[in-house]
Design a protein around this ligand. Structure first.
Ligand SMILES: NC(=O)c1ccc[n+]([C@@H]2O[C@H](COP(=O)([O-])OP(=O)(O)OC[C@H]3O[C@@H](n4cnc5c(N)ncnc54)[C@H](O)[C@@H]3O)[C@@H](O)[C@H]2O)c1
Length: 364
């Protein structure tokens, strides 16, 4: 069967290669074009994924290629601009990498632009397709560990980087239960950036969910690195790390370990293939509520912005968040979180190929 959907990839760096695998292995999709401002990145991607049309300007790609699906795989500060620009060309779906954006205002603008142009917006929280994550959600919905009371996620390398997956997991595990309040704290002594935007050196946040559960997100504090969470319920507990799941229930002694039906299917990259199929099913109306849609990406973004806002205003922040700017930027610019050891640095600077990256032109 010939692939039905024409895919274009904006920004052909590291994560674009995972998207590339997803689109290439999905029988309904064909990567027909890619765009990158860096000629070498563009050429090597086109060669490795057998892509016929290449563009240095992604708007030109959108103009000429009549795309059904667009992957946005650039650094975080470019997600909003690229998604809003791509939406105007009315592909069926835009899949934008995580974090959705670097402020709530940007995230809202992306959702509005997609709605107005009748475009489905997906966010790259692809771990929602891990079999262990989905099984954890099912078990919790079935009451296996009773009412969830506490969730704990510890990460390294940035709340808005790996942390967004952990926060997204907490919501996913509880059937996308909304958060109602956030209390957070931030340490930022260096002028720390990741993927081109300001981040904390360390932070932690308490998240109050509508079902009464409280979640913890901590970054660079305990040395833990869980892309998942420990969950404590009234009748048991659960440990989800990467694509693995074990749990204890009150009726059985010891850990029960989830045995995935397909053991070949547990790797990091496989989630991108499932994500590709999931998006095709969404296009075809086979799923109403796509598991990684823009609203769910916005829920994780809002929690992260609320951690920063709470640290800025020193209070428990009620959601929906009213502050649309990035509160960490505001706090730093207001002098509330002074940098004590000056000098801009970016944890992901090892990825930079040259000055072609547009985020570098503005403020560096
Ligand atoms: N979902 C996940 O698990 C996951 C994992 C890693 C990274 N990410 C996300 O993926 C995104 C990209 O990260 P990466 O590691 O692939 O970065 P990368 O540096 O490897 O790739 C970025 C690419 O964007 C290109 N680019 C820059 N400006 C451009 C422009 N104006 N037009 C077209 N192309 C442009 C660069 O030349 C580069 O090739 C980030 O948002 C990151 O948070 C997600």
């Amino acid at each position: 069967m010939a692939p039905k959907y024409r895919v274009g990839v904006i920004a052909s760096g590291r994560i674009a290669r995972e998207h590339g695998r997803g689109w290439a292995e999905c029988e309904h999709t064909d990567i027909v074009a890619c765009a990158d401002s860096h000629p070498e990145a563009l050429a090597s991607y086109a060669q490795d994924f057998n892509v016929k049309s290449t563009y240095l300007d992604y708007r030109e790609m959108m103009e000429k290629e009549n795309l059904d699906i667009v992957s946005v795989c650039s650094w975080d500060p470019q997600h909003a601009e690229m998604t809003v620009a791509a939406a105007a060309y009315r592909p069926k779906v835009i899949l934008t990498e995580k974090p959705m954006a670097i402020s709530l205002g940007e995230g809202e603008a992306m959702i509005i632009a997609c709605k107005r142009n009748d475009v489905k917006l997906a966010i790259g929280h692809q771990r929602r397709f891990f079999s262990s994550w989905t099984e954890a959600r099912r078990l919790i919905a079935d009451g296996a560990i009773g009412e969830v009371e506490r969730l704990w996620t510890g990460v390294r390398a940035g709340m808005m980087n790996t942390g967004t997956h952990g926060i997204d997991f907490q919501a996913y595990a509880m059937s996308d239960c909304p958060a109602e309040w956030v209390m957070g704290s931030v340490e930022r002594k260096t002028d720390h950036h990741i993927f081109g935007h300001r981040v904390e050196d360390r932070c932690c946040g308490l998240i109050g969910y509508a079902n009464g559960a409280t979640g913890v997100i901590e970054n660079e504090l305990s040395g833990k690195y869980m892309v998942g969470a420990l969950l404590y319920g009234t009748k048991g507990m659960m440990d989800v790390q990467g694509n693995s799941l074990k749990y204890m229930t009150e009726d059985k002694a010891g850990w029960q370990v989830f045995d995935p039906p397909d053991k070949e299917d547990t790797g990091y990259g496989n989630a991108f293939v499932h994500q590709a199929y999931g998006i095709c099913e969404w296009i075809e109306g086979k799923v109403e509520d796509y598991r990684g849609n823009g609203e769910k990406g916005k829920a994780a973004l809002e929690i992260m912005m609320a951690v920063y806002e709470s640290a800025r205003v020193h209070e428990r922040v009620q959601l929906p968040l009213q502050t649309r700017a990035n509160p960490l930027d505001v706090a730093v610019e207001e002098g509330r979180i002074p940098v004590e050891r000056p000098g801009w640095w970016d944890e992901r600077s090892f990825l930079v190929r040259g000055e072609g990256m547009s985020w570098m032109k503005d403020d560096k």
